[in-house]
Design a protein around this ligand. Structure first.
Ligand code: ATP
Length: 234
Protein backbone atom coordinates (compact mmCIF):
# COMPACT_ATOMS: atom_id res chain seq x y z
CA UNK A 1 0.00 0.00 0.00
CA UNK A 2 1.47 3.40 -0.88
CA UNK A 3 1.72 6.28 1.57
CA UNK A 4 -1.10 8.22 -0.07
CA UNK A 5 -3.55 5.44 0.69
CA UNK A 6 -2.61 5.55 4.35
CA UNK A 7 -3.46 9.25 4.69
CA UNK A 8 -6.85 9.76 6.22
CA UNK A 9 -9.26 11.69 4.03
CA UNK A 10 -11.16 14.34 5.88
CA UNK A 11 -13.97 16.53 4.58
CA UNK A 12 -14.24 20.10 5.82
CA UNK A 13 -17.70 21.54 5.38
CA UNK A 14 -18.06 25.19 6.36
CA UNK A 15 -21.31 27.09 6.64
CA UNK A 16 -23.53 29.10 8.91
CA UNK A 17 -25.79 26.14 9.65
CA UNK A 18 -28.59 28.32 10.97
CA UNK A 19 -30.06 25.74 11.15
CA UNK A 20 -28.37 22.62 9.79
CA UNK A 21 -30.83 20.85 7.47
CA UNK A 22 -31.25 17.76 5.30
CA UNK A 23 -29.57 19.51 2.35
CA UNK A 24 -26.35 19.83 4.39
CA UNK A 25 -26.61 16.30 5.74
CA UNK A 26 -27.28 14.91 2.27
CA UNK A 27 -24.20 16.71 0.95
CA UNK A 28 -22.04 15.40 3.80
CA UNK A 29 -23.25 11.85 3.26
CA UNK A 30 -22.85 11.97 -0.52
CA UNK A 31 -19.35 13.43 -0.59
CA UNK A 32 -18.22 11.06 2.17
CA UNK A 33 -19.33 8.15 0.02
CA UNK A 34 -18.02 9.45 -3.30
CA UNK A 35 -14.58 10.42 -1.98
CA UNK A 36 -14.28 7.59 0.58
CA UNK A 37 -13.81 10.12 3.36
CA UNK A 38 -12.88 8.79 6.78
CA UNK A 39 -14.58 11.72 8.47
CA UNK A 40 -16.34 14.91 7.60
CA UNK A 41 -16.19 17.94 9.89
CA UNK A 42 -18.93 20.55 9.90
CA UNK A 43 -17.25 23.87 10.62
CA UNK A 44 -19.80 26.44 11.77
CA UNK A 45 -18.70 29.95 10.89
CA UNK A 46 -18.74 32.74 13.40
CA UNK A 47 -20.45 35.32 11.20
CA UNK A 48 -19.47 35.19 7.58
CA UNK A 49 -19.12 38.73 6.26
CA UNK A 50 -21.78 38.30 3.56
CA UNK A 51 -24.40 37.36 6.15
CA UNK A 52 -24.01 40.14 8.65
CA UNK A 53 -27.11 41.90 7.38
CA UNK A 54 -29.38 39.60 9.34
CA UNK A 55 -29.45 38.33 12.89
CA UNK A 56 -27.67 35.01 13.17
CA UNK A 57 -28.47 32.57 15.95
CA UNK A 58 -25.79 32.33 18.59
CA UNK A 59 -22.90 29.97 17.88
CA UNK A 60 -24.09 27.84 20.78
CA UNK A 61 -27.51 27.23 19.25
CA UNK A 62 -26.05 26.49 15.82
CA UNK A 63 -23.50 24.17 17.38
CA UNK A 64 -26.17 22.40 19.49
CA UNK A 65 -28.31 21.77 16.43
CA UNK A 66 -25.30 20.37 14.57
CA UNK A 67 -24.57 18.08 17.51
CA UNK A 68 -28.15 16.80 17.51
CA UNK A 69 -28.10 16.29 13.74
CA UNK A 70 -24.81 14.37 13.67
CA UNK A 71 -24.89 12.44 16.97
CA UNK A 72 -25.79 9.13 15.32
CA UNK A 73 -23.50 9.44 12.30
CA UNK A 74 -20.12 7.83 13.02
CA UNK A 75 -18.32 9.79 10.29
CA UNK A 76 -19.81 13.21 10.94
CA UNK A 77 -18.02 15.49 13.39
CA UNK A 78 -18.04 19.17 14.29
CA UNK A 79 -15.03 21.43 14.51
CA UNK A 80 -15.22 24.58 16.62
CA UNK A 81 -12.03 25.95 15.08
CA UNK A 82 -13.80 29.01 13.65
CA UNK A 83 -15.95 29.66 16.68
CA UNK A 84 -12.89 29.59 18.93
CA UNK A 85 -10.54 31.57 16.71
CA UNK A 86 -9.17 34.70 18.37
CA UNK A 87 -10.52 36.81 15.53
CA UNK A 88 -12.81 36.01 12.64
CA UNK A 89 -10.66 33.78 10.43
CA UNK A 90 -10.42 33.64 6.68
CA UNK A 91 -11.03 30.22 5.12
CA UNK A 92 -7.37 29.87 4.19
CA UNK A 93 -6.45 30.33 7.87
CA UNK A 94 -9.05 27.82 9.02
CA UNK A 95 -7.80 25.25 6.53
CA UNK A 96 -4.21 25.86 7.67
CA UNK A 97 -5.17 25.36 11.31
CA UNK A 98 -7.09 22.19 10.54
CA UNK A 99 -4.28 20.86 8.38
CA UNK A 100 -1.85 21.32 11.28
CA UNK A 101 -4.28 19.79 13.76
CA UNK A 102 -5.18 16.81 11.58
CA UNK A 103 -1.74 16.12 10.06
CA UNK A 104 -1.05 14.05 7.96
CA UNK A 105 -4.67 13.96 6.76
CA UNK A 106 -5.65 14.96 3.24
CA UNK A 107 -8.29 17.68 3.51
CA UNK A 108 -11.25 17.93 1.12
CA UNK A 109 -12.83 21.35 1.43
CA UNK A 110 -16.53 21.24 0.58
CA UNK A 111 -17.81 24.43 -0.95
CA UNK A 112 -21.31 25.31 -2.20
CA UNK A 113 -21.76 26.44 -5.78
CA UNK A 114 -22.86 29.83 -4.44
CA UNK A 115 -19.52 30.27 -2.67
CA UNK A 116 -17.59 28.96 -5.65
CA UNK A 117 -19.39 31.61 -7.71
CA UNK A 118 -17.53 34.36 -5.91
CA UNK A 119 -14.41 32.49 -4.83
CA UNK A 120 -12.14 34.92 -6.68
CA UNK A 121 -13.02 37.51 -4.03
CA UNK A 122 -11.81 35.24 -1.21
CA UNK A 123 -8.52 35.91 0.48
CA UNK A 124 -5.77 33.74 -1.05
CA UNK A 125 -8.31 31.84 -3.13
CA UNK A 126 -5.56 30.54 -5.43
CA UNK A 127 -3.95 28.86 -2.43
CA UNK A 128 -7.29 27.35 -1.36
CA UNK A 129 -7.90 26.01 -4.86
CA UNK A 130 -4.40 24.68 -5.41
CA UNK A 131 -3.18 23.47 -2.03
CA UNK A 132 -6.32 21.58 -1.02
CA UNK A 133 -8.81 19.26 -2.64
CA UNK A 134 -11.95 21.30 -3.19
CA UNK A 135 -15.34 19.70 -3.73
CA UNK A 136 -17.83 22.12 -5.26
CA UNK A 137 -21.33 21.00 -4.41
CA UNK A 138 -23.97 22.08 -6.86
CA UNK A 139 -27.56 21.28 -7.51
CA UNK A 140 -28.26 19.35 -10.74
CA UNK A 141 -27.57 21.46 -13.79
CA UNK A 142 -25.00 23.33 -11.76
CA UNK A 143 -27.35 26.00 -10.53
CA UNK A 144 -26.28 27.41 -7.21
CA UNK A 145 -28.98 29.02 -5.10
CA UNK A 146 -28.90 32.75 -5.31
CA UNK A 147 -29.36 33.77 -1.67
CA UNK A 148 -26.02 35.57 -1.61
CA UNK A 149 -25.96 36.86 -5.16
CA UNK A 150 -23.05 34.60 -6.10
CA UNK A 151 -22.53 33.67 -9.73
CA UNK A 152 -25.38 31.44 -10.76
CA UNK A 153 -23.52 29.26 -13.08
CA UNK A 154 -20.45 27.13 -12.52
CA UNK A 155 -19.31 27.81 -16.06
CA UNK A 156 -19.10 31.52 -15.24
CA UNK A 157 -17.14 30.81 -12.08
CA UNK A 158 -14.83 28.42 -13.89
CA UNK A 159 -14.30 31.01 -16.63
CA UNK A 160 -13.10 33.53 -14.03
CA UNK A 161 -10.25 31.27 -12.94
CA UNK A 162 -6.73 31.46 -14.28
CA UNK A 163 -5.84 28.66 -16.74
CA UNK A 164 -3.59 26.87 -14.24
CA UNK A 165 -6.52 26.63 -11.80
CA UNK A 166 -8.97 25.67 -14.54
CA UNK A 167 -6.72 22.76 -15.43
CA UNK A 168 -7.21 21.37 -11.93
CA UNK A 169 -10.95 20.95 -12.44
CA UNK A 170 -12.46 17.47 -12.59
CA UNK A 171 -16.07 17.60 -13.75
CA UNK A 172 -18.01 14.88 -11.94
CA UNK A 173 -21.44 16.36 -12.63
CA UNK A 174 -23.99 13.76 -13.57
CA UNK A 175 -23.21 11.78 -10.42
CA UNK A 176 -19.80 10.38 -11.34
CA UNK A 177 -17.38 9.32 -8.61
CA UNK A 178 -13.71 10.37 -8.78
CA UNK A 179 -11.37 7.75 -10.20
CA UNK A 180 -8.08 6.72 -8.56
CA UNK A 181 -6.39 8.71 -11.32
CA UNK A 182 -8.42 11.85 -10.45
CA UNK A 183 -7.42 11.46 -6.81
CA UNK A 184 -3.69 11.18 -7.44
CA UNK A 185 -3.19 14.85 -6.65
CA UNK A 186 -5.36 17.59 -5.21
CA UNK A 187 -8.04 18.88 -7.57
CA UNK A 188 -11.20 20.98 -7.82
CA UNK A 189 -14.13 18.62 -8.28
CA UNK A 190 -17.49 19.83 -9.61
CA UNK A 191 -20.23 17.58 -8.27
CA UNK A 192 -24.04 17.43 -8.21
CA UNK A 193 -24.80 14.43 -6.02
CA UNK A 194 -27.56 16.03 -4.00
CA UNK A 195 -30.81 17.60 -5.11
CA UNK A 196 -32.61 18.35 -1.88
CA UNK A 197 -34.28 21.68 -2.40
CA UNK A 198 -34.06 23.10 1.08
CA UNK A 199 -32.29 26.16 2.46
CA UNK A 200 -31.83 27.55 5.95
CA UNK A 201 -33.47 30.77 4.75
CA UNK A 202 -36.58 28.83 3.72
CA UNK A 203 -36.62 27.06 7.08
CA UNK A 204 -36.36 30.29 9.06
CA UNK A 205 -39.16 31.78 6.99
CA UNK A 206 -41.33 28.71 7.53
CA UNK A 207 -40.88 28.94 11.30
CA UNK A 208 -41.60 32.65 11.28
CA UNK A 209 -44.80 32.01 9.37
CA UNK A 210 -45.82 29.18 11.68
CA UNK A 211 -45.35 26.43 9.07
CA UNK A 212 -43.95 23.01 9.95
CA UNK A 213 -40.30 22.25 9.26
CA UNK A 214 -40.74 18.51 9.72
CA UNK A 215 -38.91 16.66 6.98
CA UNK A 216 -36.58 19.61 6.31
CA UNK A 217 -34.40 19.08 9.39
CA UNK A 218 -33.83 16.02 11.62
CA UNK A 219 -36.59 15.59 14.22
CA UNK A 220 -34.42 16.58 17.24
CA UNK A 221 -33.40 19.76 15.41
CA UNK A 222 -37.04 20.67 14.77
CA UNK A 223 -37.79 20.05 18.46
CA UNK A 224 -34.82 22.23 19.45
CA UNK A 225 -35.95 25.09 17.21
CA UNK A 226 -39.36 24.95 18.81
CA UNK A 227 -38.10 24.59 22.37
CA UNK A 228 -35.80 27.61 22.16
CA UNK A 229 -38.22 29.58 19.98
CA UNK A 230 -35.60 30.18 17.31
CA UNK A 231 -36.57 32.13 14.20
CA UNK A 232 -39.85 33.31 15.63
CA UNK A 233 -40.80 36.96 15.39
CA UNK A 234 -39.76 38.40 18.79
P1 ATP B 1 -28.91 30.32 4.07
O1 ATP B 1 -30.22 29.99 3.42
O2 ATP B 1 -29.01 30.92 5.44
O3 ATP B 1 -27.99 31.07 3.17
P2 ATP B 1 -27.90 27.64 3.54
O4 ATP B 1 -29.07 26.72 3.60
O5 ATP B 1 -27.36 27.99 2.19
O6 ATP B 1 -28.19 28.94 4.40
P3 ATP B 1 -25.30 27.47 4.70
O7 ATP B 1 -25.01 27.28 6.11
O8 ATP B 1 -24.99 28.77 4.07
O9 ATP B 1 -26.83 27.04 4.47
O10 ATP B 1 -24.71 26.27 3.86
C1 ATP B 1 -23.37 25.89 3.83
C2 ATP B 1 -23.11 25.39 2.43
O11 ATP B 1 -24.03 24.34 2.09
C3 ATP B 1 -23.30 26.48 1.38
O12 ATP B 1 -22.14 26.55 0.60
C4 ATP B 1 -24.49 26.04 0.57
O13 ATP B 1 -24.29 26.26 -0.82
C5 ATP B 1 -24.56 24.54 0.80
N1 ATP B 1 -25.96 24.10 0.77
C6 ATP B 1 -26.95 24.54 1.54
N2 ATP B 1 -28.11 23.91 1.25
C7 ATP B 1 -27.83 23.04 0.27
C8 ATP B 1 -28.62 22.09 -0.47
N3 ATP B 1 -29.92 21.94 -0.26
N4 ATP B 1 -28.00 21.35 -1.43
C9 ATP B 1 -26.68 21.54 -1.67
N5 ATP B 1 -25.89 22.40 -1.01
C10 ATP B 1 -26.45 23.15 -0.06
Amino acid sequence: MNEERLRRRIGIYGGTFDPVHHGHLGVAEAVSNAFALDRIFFVPAYTPPHKRKRMISSPFHRMAMLALATADSPKMFISTVELEAPSRPYTIETLGRLQTELQPARLFFVMGADSFGDVTSWREYEAILSEYDVIVVTRPGCRGHDAHGGAQNCEEAVGALAPQLRRRIVDLRGGAYPSDEDLKSSRIYLTDYVSIDVSATGIREAVEQGRSIDGLVPTPVAAYVEKYRLYQKS
